[in-house]
Design a protein around this ligand. Structure first.
Ligand SMILES: [Ca+2]
Length: 536
């Protein structure tokens, strides 16, 4: 384990060029964990399951055939998982960005706790990933695919006996960097999704039955720029993309920063500083997903041949959502539903039965670690922020969270989205923006599932916003989240605007008021204003 920590130390030092100015004061002095420290208490009578996690990148929650979000887009294998397993209908990430979400999946912690707060921050030395616990409990463990945490490195990480990865985002087609297979550089031969599937099949097929196994297969797909497999190109050319109802410019009640993002790297008016068509973009996305779905079918076939399919826990999920025009935006980071929701499906007839089940409770990426540890018969460490969702998947009624904290920390490289904290309850969602002069957002998700009617744009919901704000800061206080991470300047800034695109959005009407005439008027109006602003 000392070696592992040293490896992280090297990783940290190695990132000193572009992203080196970080400090992990709270964790840097922590003693390296010994293997014995990683051993968790066993839950009596629980048989450790084989576990396959298939993680996709930027796969939004409704981009699955059975969800019928559009009139096209096939995912027969994901449909099968939903039909024969559990669909977590309300699954979310606590941060809609690759690295923070991946770190939350592996630690069961919020981004402000694991501190991998953006795609550049290094992994703090001593941070423990749950596969280390599985390994210590006797599991064979494999990692295949996109790691993308800490920096651009692809070196093997603690917790995995077998390692296949690539630098950063990787590439759909072979590139000079190739793959890192157990520390050795190996050429990428073909289309990445198919190749990662082959590596997964090969590793699973070599498992003997003497010990349980855990495989984390993290596809590059379906991250932009979308490149479908050759056999799937153009499949949806003739289809029609229905644009989202919130895509139009100038919606009443929209914060200025959202309206301004329209003409930016992450907006429909200047997408990636270019001119892509959102509908065509979605078609390529769904074509790119086809190889993922086919690959999972092949893995399930192999498990069936081995007689292990119904005994293996398969968890399919995305690392964050993706907006295709909602609110005039593309990509992720915001706390809107299409950005923070993810697809999540689980199949294990031995645990859940073979009938279809839909879970309505709000589950999240932070629940993955405690849930999978439970499936391995291990008691999760007490400091994890997430909870074991296995009882929900089994249709049991158990105490569960009534609200979920969301957080995103402003990146200078993508300055169009501010620091966001949000509290999502079953009915209402409150979004709080830090460091900008703008209105917050509050939505009644029952009445307004598209988040088109910001209840804070006019008087009437201040008390509810204040209550939710208190709860939000309560969770941040309790979990050590009352600090905004600061990153040193580095990397490319995606900060341009199209000179022919929309001009800057006006301040929301709520801020406008004629100057006070007398000092007593001024005091009275300030008092009224501060009472109003408390909630907004
Ligand atoms: Ca992602």
């Amino acid at each position: 384990m000392t070696k592992d920590v040293n490896r992280r130390g090297v990783l940290l030092a190695g990132s000193g060029g572009a992203f080196g100015l970080f400090s992990w004061a709270a964790l840097a002095g922590a003693a390296p964990r010994k293997r014995a420290d990683l051993r968790l208490e066993r839950v009596p009578g629980v048989r450790p399951r084989n576990i396959l996690v298939v993680l996709t990148d930027d796969h939004r929650y409704d981009a699955m055939g059975f969800m019928r979000a559009q009139s096209f887009g096939d995912t027969p294998t994901l449909d099968r998982l939903a039909r024969e397993g559990v669909h977590f209908r309300n699954a979310f990430v606590t941060t809609a960005l690759c690295s923070p979400s991946r770190a939350s999946i592996f630690t069961g912690l919020y981004a402000h706790q694991h501190k991998v707060v953006d795609n550049n921050h290094p992994i703090p030395p001593g941070l423990v990933f749950f596969p280390q616990h599985l390994q210590a409990a006797g599991y064979a463990t494999g990692f295949i695919g996109k790691w993308h945490m800490g920096d651009e490195g692809d070196q093997p990480q603690p917790g995995f006996d077998h390692w296949v990865s690539f630098k950063g985002q990787g590439t759909y087609l072979p590139s000079a960097d190739g793959l890192n297979v157990n520390g050795k550089r190996v050429p990428q031969k073909g289309y990445i999704t198919d190749e990662l599937t082959e590596y997964a099949l090969d590793w699973i097929d070599k498992r003997d039955r003497s010990k349980p196994w855990f495989l984390h297969l993290a596809h590059k797909a379906v991250h932009s720029e979308f490149i479908p497999a050759e056999r799937h190109k153009g499949r949806y050319d003739k289809e029609t993309y229905r644009t989202p109802p919130t895509m139009a410019a100038g919606a009443a009640g929209r914060p200025a920063w959202v309206e301004n993002q329209r003409n930016s790297w992450h907006g429909v008016g200047y997408p990636y500083h270019g001119t892509l068509d959102v509908g065509d973009y979605y078609k390529r996305y769904m074509e790119t997903l086809l190889a993922v779905d086919e690959g999972l079918a092949r893995i399930m076939d192999l498990l069936a041949q081995r007689g292990e399919l119904d005994e293996t826990l398969i968890l399919y999920m995305g690392d964050n959502g993706f907006m295709f025009g909602e609110h005039g935006l593309i990509d992720k980071r915001a706390a809107y539903e299409e950005s923070m929701r993810i697809p999540m499906l689980a199949r294990c007839p031995a645990l859940f039965g073979k009938q279809s089940r839909t879970v309505q409770e709000v589950v999240a990426n932070i629940d993955v670690a405690p849930t999978l540890l439970a499936a391995a018969g291990l008691a999760a460490p007490k400091d994890m922020a997430g909870s074991n969702a296995l009882p929900l998947a089994q249709g049991k009624s158990v105490p569960w969270r009534s609200e979920l904290l969301y957080e995103y920390y402003w990146e200078r490289n993508f300055p169009q989205t501010p620091t966001v904290h949000a509290l999502r309850e079953d009915r209402y969602k409150y979004m709080h923006f830090h460091g900008i002069w703008d209105i917050d957002e509050l939505y009644d998700l029952d009445a307004d599932p598209h988040e088109a009617n910001n209840l804070l744009a006019r008087p009437g919901h201040e008390a509810l916003a204040e209550t939710m704000s208190k709860k939000l800061f309560g969770i941040l206080e309790q979990t050590g989240g009352m600090a905004i991470p600061l990153s040193a300047d580095a990397g490319v800034r995606n900060e341009l605007r199209d000179p022919k695109g929309p001009a800057a959005a006006p301040f929301p009407p709520r801020f406008f008021r004629a100057p006070a005439e007398t000092l007593s008027d001024l005091v009275r109006k300030l008092r009224e204003g501060s009472a109003r602003n408390l909630g907004a």
